[in-house]
Design a protein around this ligand. Structure first.
Ligand SMILES: C[S@@+](CC[C@H](N)C(=O)[O-])C[C@H]1O[C@@H](n2cnc3c(N)ncnc32)[C@H](O)[C@@H]1O
Length: 256
């Protein structure tokens, strides 16, 4: 029997249960990790001193290289299996991780709180209600030290709605055969990613539901949490946000 989890841990996402060992092969677009790490390393140089906290740290795709850059990184995730993957990696045991809900992330051990709280790879949208997203902003803001930064990436809703995602094979480094299709539900402000996975002659279906929010709605949630927008880029490369951008990276600041 697995150990009982505290009651406030949301159910582990189905994809985490089923594909923990393959996660990084499927979800780490080529080059995206280096760009994300580079962006956060540069930002840490401008932020107050202190640890970083990753919401939905998963198997440590971003956190492990950040730690190798000498940054103190903590994490929170609802998936014991993905966190076990992280702990199996070199350096993984040195990253403190709380199993819990990232809408209510843990307090930093260090007095003063976190320098940066960040959430990457569309993970913020896995909070599928506005109340959950508002709570996440409010709680992240409370965990930041003055001058600290809350960073998230998110799709631009217009790009989600207008650019047909089609059904495409996921680049899995040849390990499995995976097809992904995305369906947008504007009436619910949600989109659904469906994965069909063929591995070891088994066929599986994994579904992930996301809530999308416009930059304006995110800014309002931030304002309600006492944060203000410091910078919005057109991606983790730091490129300028343009009409043709498909997603943005927004950096919010807790005023000193
Ligand atoms: C798309 S993965 C991203 C993992 C990692 N941040 C990365 O970029 O590779 C989303 C992660 O968030 C976790 N997660 C989803 N909803 C959560 C919640 N409400 N509380 C805590 N973790 C959650 C999942 O278990 C998973 O590890």
């Amino acid at each position: 029997m697995p150990p009982a989890l505290p009651q406030d841990v949301p159910p582990e996402a189905a994809y985490a249960r089923h594909i923990a060992d393959r996660y990084d092969d499927w979800f780490a677009a080529a080059g995206a990790t280096d760009a994300t790490v580079g962006f956060l390393v540069s930002l840490a140089a401008e932020a107050p001193p202190g640890p970083l906290l990753e919401l939905g740290i998963g198997a440590g795709r971003v956190a492990l290289p950040l730690a190798r850059h000498g940054l103190a990184v903590h994490g929170v995730d609802s998936s014991p299996q993905l966190v076990a993957q992280l702990r199996a990696e070199p350096g993984g045991r040195d990253i403190p991780v709380t199993i819990g809900d990232f809408a209510a992330p843990p307090t930093a051990d260090e007095s003063g709180g976190y320098a940066i709280v960040y959430v990457a790879n569309g993970t913020f949208g896995e909070l599928t209600t506005q109340a959950g997203q508002l709570a996440c902003f409010a709680n992240a803001a409370r965990r930041l030290r003055p001058g600290g930064l809350f960073v998230l990436d998110a799709h631009l809703p217009e790009a989600l709605a207008t650019v047909p995602s089609g059904t495409r094979p996921v680049d899995t480094s040849g390990l499995d055969f995976v097809l992904r299709t995305r369906t947008v539900h504007p009436a619910q402000q949600r989109y659904v990613s469906d994965y069909v996975v063929l591995d070891d002659d088994r066929l599986r279906h994994v579904r992930i539901t996301f809530r999308y929010a416009s930059p304006g709605e995110l800014d309002l949630m931030a304002a309600a949490a006492g944060l203000r927008l410091r910078h919005r880029a057109g991606g983790w490369s730091g490129a300028r946000l343009k009409d043709t951008s498909s997603y943005h990276v927004s950096v919010y600041e807790r005023p000193v």
